[in-house]
Design a protein around this ligand. Structure first.
Ligand SMILES: Nc1nc2c(c(=O)[nH]1)N[C@H]1C(S)=C(S)[C@@H](COP(=O)(O)OP(=O)(O)OC[C@H]3O[C@@H](n4cnc5c(=O)[nH]c(N)nc54)[C@H](O)[C@@H]3O)O[C@H]1N2
Ligand SMILES: Nc1nc2c(c(=O)[nH]1)N[C@H]1C(S)=C(S)[C@@H](COP(=O)(O)OP(=O)(O)OC[C@H]3O[C@@H](n4cnc5c(=O)[nH]c(N)nc54)[C@H](O)[C@@H]3O)O[C@H]1N2
Ligand code: SF4
Ligand SMILES: [Mo]
Length: 591
């Protein structure tokens, strides 16, 4: 049966993001949500396996019946299974077709594979041993208040965390995604290098030298990630990229990068979340499912929050959701509008036409939405005292990409002739907004910055991670604060497997599978401090709540920068003895 395959977030997948070494993560990313009518046609039921096949590959999933979808469309959580069947085309935007993939589905008797097995098929190694939690660390019992959550762009700053014996034992006020990050024990405590398929412990100094050497030696190194680390570390990363003449890119290229392109074309009618909380009486989530992706967004900043001029919380506000599925957010909305996949551009244009007094020229329905419904929505927005439109990656990863966002901004512009209306992209990681801040103020560009010419050059679709890896163009990669192993299309990972790859991450990730070297670090917001930018660009300082004795991202990167600069200087002056080309004790160099 032919289907449209779309992927995204679920709570269960998000809760396991920091447990990627365990089978529980793979169990969640192997689900295929599919309408019962389609199951009837396939002769399959819950617990059975389905094979999804596309031009890029074939993978087995387990059936998760769901009436939230329309028949003919399936939904899979983002992860290694979804990306095993995804091609690496970005249509010149940097962002792959995560929300729009055509394929076929058939019933199969094979069980789904684990994420690690999938990556082994792409050239990756097995998971390194994760040390058992030491448990008995010192420090007694402490309760820390006003802790900031380092998970999503909400950057909630009201957590209460209990630390006992050197480990977090409970987290109050956080949602389940945030709590699980604090409670995870899937951490490495010393660097490991992949020695012909088996893992070998390396000391930090040796590891850092190797990393510097790989980056300095490469012709076209890529430094990718940065959303999961502090603004301070990002700045040092940019200096390294400049020193080695590499490309530095962050997660926005695959995520809200198209929102930034739209903003570059049409401006950003934004505001802080505090303003939304105090004033908004109409809140719209469009292509965004915060109940599963930003679980406290509604209770802290929008629908359920009491504000200065909205004292009765949700009684004073109207919540609208526009999505292709009846999501958990849609279920609690006052208005759920189901749109056809890829229909957003047309719907925004229709709303703009209505606001300009041209409702009569519209056909009976646009993108699956009846004309009357669109007229009602336009009226609701026009009559709002203060409207807030939150846009998700349902807009940036579906056909239309940045043009969808540009059209949404132009709609908001139009509404601002009648009332006050704002637009805020629902930024994903806790510091992905920070990447755009630091990249922009140091290089002039928000992501995808290429230093090969000595000065910064930016061209999404050319200088962005999926395009560079998909074309096999880079010859070394530093991954920090992102997990391409889990989240980039198969072709990108196949290339990572063939080049020297260094991962800097507190946790075991699926990218560890492709690492020649994994350097574990302190986790920002848990065992070290750092600055993050909330989705509305408000900088917030994250706190250190315990000490595991690990170096921070900032420290590791500063040392890499120092070595790279020393090497460049000694080469320039011919004084090679300063840059002794250390061949780190037997760490294999991929060819
Ligand atoms: N649980 C969990 N939470 C997370 C993450 C995680 O991995 N797990 N990751 C974080 C990150 S990196 C990000 S960017 C955010 C993303 O947060 P969201 O933007 O909420 O992300 P998704 O769930 O991928 O996609 C949002 C919605 O787009 C809809 N959609 C698909 N195609 C279309 C379309 O053509 N039009 C419209 N209008 N909608 C469409 C999907 O049905 C989905 O409900 O979440 C962050 N939070
Ligand atoms: N099929 C499909 N694939 C997708 C998507 C989709 O919708 N569908 N969505 C895409 C999107 S929007 C995004 S943003 C990406 C997800 O983007 P990724 O960046 O791959 O997401 P995570 O797996 O959360 O990776 C964050 C990494 O940062 C690490 N980390 C956490 N704290 C720290 C720290 O303090 N220091 C350092 N150095 N590292 C830290 C974590 O351990 C983790 O390995 O996935 C993309 N892939
Ligand atoms: S909503 Fe986001 S920032 Fe707030 S507790 Fe949950 S994961 Fe953390
Ligand atoms: Mo994202």
């Amino acid at each position: 049966m032919r289907v449209l395959i779309t992927s995204g977030r679920t709570i269960a997948q998000g809760k396991k993001l920091y447990y990627k070494d365990t089978p529980a993560y793979s169990d969640e990313t192997a689900r295929c949500f599919i309408h019962p009518f389609d199951l009837l046609e396939l002769g399959a039921e819950e617990g059975d396996s389905l094979s999804l096949s596309t031009a890029a590959g074939e993978e087995v999933f387990s059936v998760a019946p769901s009436e939230d979808l329309v028949p003919g469309t399936v939904f899979i959580p983002c992860g290694p299974h979804a990306n095993a069947i995804l091609h690496a085309q970005t249509h010149g935007t940097g962002a792959p077709d995560y929300k729009w993939l055509e394929g076929t589905v058939t019933r199969t008797d094979l069980p789904p594979r684990s994420g690690w097995d999938i990556l082994a098929g792409q050239g990756g190694a097995a998971c390194p041993p994760v040390p058992a939690p030491s448990g008995g660390g010192g420090g007694g019992t402490v309760t820390v208040r006003d802790v900031v959550c380092p998970l999503c762009g909400c950057l909630c700053d009201d957590l209460v965390v209990r630390v006992e014996g050197g480990a977090v034992t409970s987290v109050d006020n956080a949602c389940s995604l945030g709590s699980e990050k604090f409670l995870s024990r899937s951490r490495l405590m010393h660097p490991v290098s992949n020695d012909g398929g088996s893992w070998r412990a390396v000391d930090f100094e040796e590891a850092i030298r190797y990393a510097a050497e790989v980056l300095a030696d490469a012709e076209r190194p890529l430094l990718f990630g940065w959303s999961g680390t502090s603004a301070e570390a990002q700045c040092t990363g940019i200096h390294i990229a400049e020193a080695v003449g590499g490309v530095i890119d962050n997660c926005s290229s695959i995520c809200h990068g198209p929102s930034i392109l739209g903003i570059q074309e049409a401006g950003h009618p934004g505001c802080s979340l505090g303003v939304v909380k105090n004033r908004a009486d109409v809140v719209i989530y469009w292509g965004s499912n915060p109940i599963e992706s930003h679980p406290r967004h509604l209770s802290r900043y929008t629908t359920f929050a009491d504000g200065k001029y909205r004292e009765n919380g949700h009684h004073d506000r109207t919540l609208v959701v526009v999505d292709i599925r009846k999501t958990d957010t849609a279920r609690i909305a006052d208005e759920f509008i189901r749109i056809k996949p890829g229909g957003d551009y047309a719907a925004f244009s229709a709303l703009r036409a209505i606001l300009r007094g041209h409702a009569d020229i519209l056909p009976a329905g646009v993108a699956g939405i009846p004309r009357e419904r669109l007229i009602q929505l336009a009226d609701l927005c026009r009559n709002a005292r203060f409207g807030a439109l939150f846009t998700g990656i349902g807009l940036t990863q579906s056909p239309g990409r940045y043009k969808n966002v540009r059209n949404a901004i132009q709609l908001v512009d139009e509404l601002n002739r009648h009332t006050k209306f704002t637009l805020t992209p629902m930024r994903g990681h806790w510091n992905v907004n920070g990447t755009n801040q630091t990249f922009s103020y140091l290089t002039g560009y928000p992501y995808g910055v290429d230093f090969a010419r000595g000065t910064p050059y930016y061209n999404p679709g050319e200088t962005t991670a999926v395009d560079l890896l998909g074309r096999g163009e880079v010859d070394a990669c530093l991954i920090i604060g992102a997990d391409p192993g889990a989240h980039l299309p198969k072709k990108c990972n196949e290339h990572l497997a063939t080049i020297p790859t260094i991962v800097i991450d507190p946790f075991v990730s699926l990218s560890t599978s492709f690492a020649d070297l994994h350097i574990p670090v302190a986790c920002v917001g848990i065992d070290c401090e750092g600055t993050g930018y909330r989705m509305d660009s408000i900088p917030i300082r994250l706190r250190k709540i315990l000490d595991l004795g690990l170096p921070t991202d900032e420290e590791v990167l500063s040392q890499i920068l120092r070595l790279v600069r020393e090497g460049a200087w000694s080469r320039a002056t011919g004084r090679t003895e300063l840059w002794s080309p250390v061949k780190v004790g037997g760490i294999p160099r991929a060819s």
